[in-house]
Structure formats: structure tokens, C-alpha cells
Design a protein around this ligand. Structure first.
Ligand code: ATP
Length: 237
């Protein structure tokens, strides 16, 4: 397997809070990998460190290149795009403008148009709402827009933070189905952060369990779904 992303001894501090304590893991090309864990375990922090939004110590390698000195902007250009927790769409901009913002690091107009079509095929709801202000979309629609906006950067690695947060079960199922499709049909590599561990594990090949800033378990998603400790702590069984 080809590691697309390799994380080695990653530490993140917020002032005196040691949020990530030397974590190491990898994501291979073509995989969906989940990070699961309780509130405050460090899942979002891990994604933000990979995007370069928070400073970190240790090594983040993407396609073999050390990202230590690479800006957030350049990381997007290299192929890392994040769909943030809480969605973070631009509320005063239309759906189309939000999607165009996702492609701001690109200049290949023809391919941008093709990717826009791909997003609208995946999320037909967006097509009906192209001129609507993003802030007036429902929660589920905003989540779909946030994922589409990340896809408009044409990432090699999609970082998805809590796509199910605050959404009705039916919408959550739809969104997870689309992530699965993106992986299976488009070959998209995904690093997924989720509180809904069951849903996450169902569409992942592998997962890491984070506890208080450390990785305490790693295995195939299948094994973790059947692991007693995981079932008790994260699957509510
Ligand atoms: P959740 O599922 O609740 O979002 P998480 O696993 O994503 O949790 P993080 O948001 O990464 O956890 O937070 C890890 C730790 O870092 C927590 O103790 C949190 O309080 C702390 N933390 C996160 N962001 C900041 C910040 N901007 N300033 C100070 N501490 C922070």
C-alpha cells in the first residue's frame, strides 16, 4: 500500500493544553480511515494540524513531502482539503459562490467546471439552490455544501470533520452513502473524524481510536466494530 499521508510523533499545544501527545498514523491511497474518540480526544485538532490551521511539532508527510514549512494555502494546492466541523460555509455568499471559493487555488477552468458538475450530480440538492444564500440552507444542506466546496479543490485527500453533527438520521445516512460512493467510484482518499463511530466504521477500511491526545487502538474497521471495548465505549452496546 502507498501511504498518502504519514503522521509521525505529532504534538499540538494550545497554550498550556497538550492536545496531541506524539501521535503517529498513516492513510493509504484509496482508503477511508476514521479517527474516533470522545469529546476533546483531539480528533479535530489532528485534522487542523494536517491542514496547517494549528501549528504542530513532529512530522506530517504528504506523498513523501514534509509539510512542516508548507502554508495552509499551499497544502490545499498539494491536494489536502478540509470540510470543517460546524460546516463553516460562507453564509452571505450564494451556493455557487461558495463552490467557486473551494476552487480558489486552481486555474484549470475546464476541469473546475467538470468538478462542479460532479458535485451537483453527487448532491442534486445543491443544483436546485445555486443562487440561494448559504446561510439560509438547512443544516444538512450546509453540510453537503461544505463537502462539495472541499471537493472543488480537487483534493487527493479529503479531511471530513463530523459530517453527521446535528443532523437527522436520514440526512446522515445520505451523507455517509455519498462519502462511500466518492471513495468507491472516484477513488477519493478520506480521513474521517466522527462521534458517530458506528456510521464511521461502517464506511471505513481502518480506524484509529484517540483518547486524551493519544492513539490507544488501531485496527481494521471490521475488527473494531466487533471489539468489546470499542462496542462498550463508542458504540453504545
Ligand atoms: P470534539 O468531538 O468535542 O470536537 P475533538 O476530539 O475533536 O472533540 P479537539 O477539538 O481536537 O477534540 O480538542 C482537543 C483538546 O484541545 C480539548 O481538550 C480542547 O478543549 C482543546 N482545544 C481545542 N481547541 C482549543 C483552542 N483553540 N484553545 C484551547 N484549547 C483547545
Amino acid at each position: 500500500m502507498n501511504p498518502l499521508l504519514t503522521i509521525e510523533n505529532l504534538d499540538v499545544y494550545y497554550g498550556s493544553i497538550h492536545a496531541l501527545k506524539g501521535i503517529s498514523f498513516a492513510v493509504n491511497e484509496g482508503e477511508v480511515v476514521s479517527l474516533i474518540g470522545a469529546n476533546g480526544a483531539g480528533k479535530t485538532t489532528t485534522l487542523r494540524a494536517i491542514s496547517g490551521i494549528v501549528p504542530s511539532q513532529g512530522h506530517i508527510r504528504f506523498r513523501g513531502e514534509d509539510l512542516n514549512k508548507v502554508s495552509t494555502f499551499k497544502r490545499v494546492g498539494l491536494g489536502i482539503a478540509q470540510s470543517p466541523e460546524g460546516r463553516g460555509v460562507f453564509p452571505q455568499m450564494s451556493v455557487l459562490e461558495n463552490l467557486e471559493m473551494g476552487a480558489y487555488s486552481r486555474s484549470d477552468k475546464v476541469k473546475i467546471k467538470q468538478d462542479l458538475e460532479m458535485c451537483l450530480t453527487l448532491f442534486p440538492r445543491m443544483k436546485e439552490r445555486m443562487s440561494q444564500m448559504a446561510g439560509t440552507l438547512s443544516g444538512g444542506e450546509q453540510q453537503m455544501l461544505a463537502i462539495s466546496r472541499a471537493l472543488m479543490a480537487k483534493p487527493r485527500l479529503l479531511l471530513l470533520d463530523e459530517p453527521s453533527l446535528g443532523l437527522a438520521p436520514l440526512i446522515v445516512a445520505q451523507i455517509f452513502e455519498i462519502v462511500k460512493k466518492l471513495n468507491q467510484e472516484e477513488g477519493m482518499t478520506v480521513l474521517l473524524v466522527e462521534q458517530n463511530a458506528r456510521m464511521a466504521l461502517k464506511i471505513s477500511q481502518r480506524a484509529y481510536v484517540l483518547e486524551c491526545g493519544r492513539i490507544v487502538m488501531q485496527d481494521s474497521a471490521h475488527n473494531l466494530l466487533n471489539n468489546d471495548e470499542v462496542r462498550k465505549s463508542y458504540l453504545g452496546v
